[in-house]
Design a protein around this ligand. Structure first.
Ligand code: HEM
Length: 286
């Protein structure tokens, strides 16, 4: 499934088609602004959940809130479906979260067999092959169900807020994708989005870091990659991160919980993460 997804497809006609479709239908500036209301709603709901957790437990573990909000946000953009509304299917949402977690872990796991293919037959300490064989059919079933729901709705006239499934279904002629390809493309976009939040501390200018263009022009810091495979979702990612971080800081004062001090140790998976998720107290600003 993965070699048909945008992030893994080899450079060539198929990959160029995916980049073209993604940049004109998913990441175009007017598309990004059309999703502003949904982004705001997701952020407001995240801020409320953070407030609730603080009053319930006396501290907040931030990662889960950011992950839920970003997954909901990308579900809205890609599948036209958010799990953030009352009465949403809780089981489906849990199933999706579990699949994303497992997919993200498998993509980030170090696999000896990628480097020494002959090991494949007898050495797989993290059970990567076996876990992929369990995950892939689940992903296919989940995404195909959503594609079918779109097909049942019938053809739609594309507009700025059309979701990505509508866009892929509307491609015709040479650009038309098979259902298997659509599953691979849609799933990959969802998984990539989980990359969004990374530790920025060491690059803050006032903390002794230097100001660097992060869009792939300066390889001292290229969180979005560089060159022809540079992240196509860069503008959407930047808008979301800046808006949400601004609101988090605007709404709350962030105070270290002395019982759970901030630990900036990193661990490298698909992205570079804090080994111990940030746990902090938040004080709502008046
Ligand atoms: C601030 C947030 C983001 C960061 C830090 C980030 C990071 C990256 C990086 C480092 C790459 C290059 C991987 C490589 O060289 O193989 C990449 C590629 C990619 N990203 Fe992002 N990304 C972000 C946001 C997004 C968003 C919002 C989406 C989609 C909704 C997305 C979709 C993709 C895709 C599809 C590729 C593969 C492109 C290709 O191979 O042609 N990213 N991203």
């Amino acid at each position: 499934m993965f070699n048909r997804a945008i992030g893994f497809a080899p450079n060539g006609t198929y990959w160029r088609l995916l980049r073209k479709v993604a940049s004109s239908h998913l990441f175009a500036p007017r598309k990004i602004s059309a999703h502003e209301p949904a982004r705001d709603l997701e952020c407001t709901s995240m801020l409320n959940d953070i407030r609730k957790e603080q009053s319930l437990h006396g501290f907040v573990v931030l990662r889960k809130h950011l992950q839920d909000a970003s997954l909901n946000n990308i579900m809205e953009i890609v599948f036209g479906k958010s799990y953030n509304k009352v009465g949403d299917d809780v089981d489906e949402s849990m199933e999706l979260q579990e699949m994303v977690r497992e997919g993200f872990e498998l993509l980030g796991a170090f696999n000896w067999c990628d480097h020494l293919p002959w090991l494949n037959y007898f050495y797989d300490p993290f059970r990567i092959k076996e876990r992929c064989m369990v995950l892939v059919p689940k992903v296919k079933k989940f995404v195909k169900k959503i594609i079918n729901e779109h097909k049942l709705r019938g053809s739609v006239n594309l507009h700025d807020r059309s979701d990505f499934v509508d866009v892929l279904l509307s491609l015709d002629g040479q650009d038309n994708l098979s259902e298997e390809d659509m599953v691979a493309v849609l799933w990959r976009v969802i998984i990539f989005y989980e990359n969004v939040f990374r530790d920025p501390e060491r690059f803050i200018v006032s903390a002794g870091g230097s100001s660097v263009d992060i869009r792939g022009n300066d390889l001292r810091l290229a969180p979005l990659g560089a060159g022809r495979r540079v992240c196509p979702g860069m503008n959407l990612g930047m808008v979301t991160v800046s808006e949400w971080v601004a609101k988090l800081v605007h709404q709350f004062e962030w105070v270290q919980d002395m019982g759970r001090p901030v630990d900036l140790t990193e661990v490298l998976k698909l992205s570079c993460e804090m080994k111990q998720p940030l746990c902090t107290k938040v004080i709502p600003r008046k």
